[in-house]
Structure formats: structure tokens, C-alpha cells
Design a protein around this ligand. Structure first.
Ligand code: ATP
Ligand code: FE
Length: 398
């Protein structure tokens, strides 16, 4: 089996070809870094135009580098189908997938973005079987889910406002860091020069006994600390004086420490919940109509290794995040699986692989009519909770 995955959900245009055994035959990403720098973040309209310009070439490059043609493919995968949160950016990838599938009579598979972030870990770690726990931390999401089986997830916690990646991005912008790449790596790099205890930011939601997250307050704390130290974001860090640079590094390091401490605390609780089958989970699961799925999970059996798998969002590619979460997980005698950084941020491989997982169990759409792939109608929803389509029985309808 050879599968093509296309990903255009955010600011990069990506495509990849993956074999059924998990071998990555090619991975192509066309970055919109210059646009990001120009607009200080993702500019939806410009991003959409950039996707349109390069999508054909990116897909062709992915096929060429993998040394395959469309005729070798078993299916073509893209983000989401009609039940997904599609922005008009994503439509560029959807339409391309439908054109390829229509022209070569291939089935197509719509893939939930966050499920793809989670399941790419199964490509990396073949022993990662269901059920497992996943922390998905990215630009727009901050969720902890129990992955019961393909397409079936229980969300234990989510952010009540911003995701951690958004907090990294804003911190980078306010600290005058290079925005030609996303903010996270820039903050991580500068933090290496700083004292992480120099600014005492408050850890969010200390008194909330749940697994939810909040990063809006921490963002405000960072902004106030930057103002108090009279840091000028318009002056790039590369031109800052030594003392100014040190100030910025201290804020970056202190922010990163507290942002990750928040993750650690909530992950620890989520693991305890899952391992002890804490009553509030049972309650939640009963309420959300997926009790049956949960009951099929022998999470409390000692012989079953529950794996907390940190994945998704470039945020999982942060070395400090990986190190700290690994400690938490090891202290609980569990194992952490974390895909390599290139598979943590958005990429075509995760889409191809997750599509393949669905394709194998017979979940796919028939080839679209070859002549009118662009006329297909989609629901555009900004959010669609992971697993919801299956809870509603929509998979049966496909
Ligand atoms: P979502 O997956 O929620 O839809 P997205 O697809 O835009 O969001 P990803 O590509 O999955 O996000 O991840 C990008 C985010 O990860 C950005 O917010 C970026 O700053 C962050 N990030 C990337 N690398 C790092 C890093 N080394 N440290 C911290 N954050 C990082
Ligand atoms: Fe993502």
C-alpha cells in the first residue's frame, strides 16, 4: 500500500507519500515563512493564495521524490471531509486531493487534524497500541485525550482560552524574535540563555481540580513583564544590547518553565484519573454518550501499559517540554512516545498515515467525479471535537 497525504490547514503546504509499513517515501513542505514574518502571524487570505500557487508542485514533488506516480497509490488523504472544521485554506488541499482521486479513480480519506497529530506516533512506535493517552499541544489546541481505538477518543481536558503554542507565538512576537519561523523554536532557543526563575509567573489554574488548561492569563503576565522591563519589540533581539538581550532571555526562560509546569501538573492528574478510573471520568464518559467505548478499555489492568504520548503541535518538538514530560511519565512507570520534531508540527506524513489506518478498516469515500471536484459542498466549522463524528455514528454513513 502506498498513500498520498496532503496538508494545508495552516501556513505551510505539505504533501507526503507513505508506505503501509510506515516507511516515509517522501515528505515535502513549502513554507510561508516570509508571509509569516511580513504579517506577524498567519494571514488567512494570503496563506490561501500561497497554498493555491504551490499545491500542484508540492504534490508533484512528493510523488517524484517517492519515485511513484498516482497510479501506484491506493488512496489519497486530506484533512477532514464534510464533518470537519474546514477553513477556506484547507479547501485548497481538499480540492487537490479530490482532483487527484477523481482523475485516477482513487478512494479518498478525510482525516481529523488532531487525530493525525496523535496517530503519527503509531507510525514511529509500532508497539503503540490502543488504548493510550495523548497530550496534543499545538497552535490552536491543548487537549488530553484517551484514545480508545481508531476514531474513538474521550477528551479529558482542553484549554479554556488559548493553547500553549499561541502563548509561545505571542511571547516571541513581544520579545522581538525572528518571526520568519513560528515563535516556539525562537523562544526555546533564547530561553537557553536565560534564568528561568528570574521572573516568577503564576502557574495557571492552580486551584482547578480538573485537566483543563489556560494560557491567556500567562500571556498577560508575560506582556506586563515585558512592559515593566521596557523591552521594545520593534528592536529585534539580534540588535539588542547585552543587558536587553539578557532581560528578554530571562522572560523567555521563565515563561517556558511555567507554561510547561502547567502541562506537567495537568498531565499528572490525567494519568491518575485514567489509572484509577476516577469517578469524575466515569461520570463524564457516561454523560458524553461514549460509556461503551470507555468500558472496553482495560486501563486499570496493570498488565496494560498506558502510554502517555506527547504529540502534535510543534510544541511537542520543544526539547524542554519533552524532557519535563518524560520525567512525569517515567515517575508513573509509564512510557512516553514522542514523534521526532519534523512529525510533531503539521506535515503530510501524519495525514497519509492516519488516512491509511482508516483505509485499512474500510473507512474511505469513493472516488469523486473526475470533472467537478471543486464543486463539492463542505460544512465550514471552526472547531470539531475529536471523535465527535463517530460518536454521532457518521462513520457508518460513509
Ligand atoms: P493546530 O494543530 O492546533 O491546528 P497548528 O496546526 O497551527 O495548530 P502546529 O503546526 O501543529 O499548529 O504547531 C505549531 C505551533 O507549535 C506554533 O504555535 C509553534 O510556535 C509551536 N512550536 C513549534 N516548535 C516549537 C518549539 N520548539 N517550542 C515551542 N513551541 C513550538
Ligand atoms: Fe497542527
Amino acid at each position: 500500500l502506498v498513500v498520498l497525504g496532503i496538508e494545508t490547514s495552516c501556513d505551510d503546504t505539505a504533501a507526503a507519500v507513505v508506505r503501509g509499513n510506515g516507511e516515509i517515501l517522501s515528505q515535502v513542505i513549502s513554507s510561508q515563512a516570509e508571509l509569516l514574518a511580513q504579517y506577524g502571524g498567519v494571514a488567512p487570505k494570503q496563506a490561501e493564495e500561497a497554498h493555491s500557487r504551490v499545491i500542484d508542485k508540492v504534490v508533484q514533488d512528493a510523488l517524484d521524490r517517492a519515485n511513484v506516480t498516482e497510479k501506484d497509490l491506493c488512496c489519497c488523504c486530506y484533512h477532514w471531509t464534510w464533518f470537519g472544521p474546514l477553513s477556506t485554506r484547507e479547501l485548497i488541499g481538499v480540492q487537490k486531493a479530490r482532483r487527484v482521486a477523481g482523475a485516477f479513480n482513487l478512494p479518498i480519506v478525510g482525516v481529523h487534524h488532531m487525530e493525525a497529530h496523535a496517530l503519527v506516533a503509531r507510525l514511529v512506535e509500532h508497539e503503540l497500541s490502543f488504548p493510550f493517552m495523548a497530550l496534543l499541544i499545538s497552535g490552536g489546541h491543548n487537549i488530553i485525550v484517551l484514545a480508545h481505538k481508531l476514531g474513538q477518543y474521550t477528551q479529558l481536558g482542553t484549554t479554556v482560552d488559548d493553547a500553549i503554542g499561541e502563548a509561545f507565538d505571542k511571547t516571541a512576537k513581544w520579545l522581538g524574535l525572528d518571526m520568519r519561523r513560528s515563535g516556539g523554536p525562537a523562544v526555546e532557543e533564547l530561553a537557553l540563555e536565560g534564568d528561568s526563575k528570574s521572573v516568577m509567573f503564576n502557574v495557571p489554574m492552580k486551584n482547578h481540580k480538573d485537566c483543563n488548561f489556560s494560557y491567556a492569563g500567562l500571556k498577560t503576565q508575560v506582556r506586563l513583564a515585558i512592559a515593566a522591563r521596557e523591552i521594545d519589540a520593534k528592536c529585534p533581539v539580534s540588535s539588542a544590547t547585552k543587558a536587553d538581550r539578557r532581560n528578554r532571555a530571562d522572560i523567555a526562560a521563565s515563561f517556558q518553565r511555567v507554561a510547561v509546569l502547567h502541562l506537567e501538573e495537568k498531565c499528572e492528574r490525567a494519568i491518575d484519573w485514567a489509572l484509577k478510573l476516577e469517578p469524575s471520568i466515569k461520570h463524564m464518559v457516561r454523560d458524553s454518550n461514549i460509556k461503551r467505548m470507555f468500558c472496553t478499555c482495560p486501563l486499570n489492568l496493570p498488565s496494560n501499559p498506558l502510554i502517555l504520548q506527547v504529540v502534535s503541535g510543534g510544541v511537542a518538538s520543544n526539547q524542554y517540554v519533552r524532557f519535563r514530560l518524560n520525567n512525569i511519565v517515567e515517575n508513573k512507570n509509564l512510557k512516553l512516545v514522542c514523534p521526532p520534531p519534523s512529525l510533531c508540527t503539521d506535515n503530510g506524513v501524519m495525514v497519509a498515515w492516519t488516512g491509511l489506518e482508516h483505509f485499512r478498516v474500510g473507512r474511505f469515500d469513493p472516488p469523486p467525479p473526475a470533472m467537478e471536484p471543486d464543486d463539492f459542498m463542505y460544512d465550514i466549522r471552526p472547531r470539531w471535537p475529536l471523535g465527535e463524528e463517530y460518536a454521532q455514528g457518521r462513520s457508518e454513513a460513509r
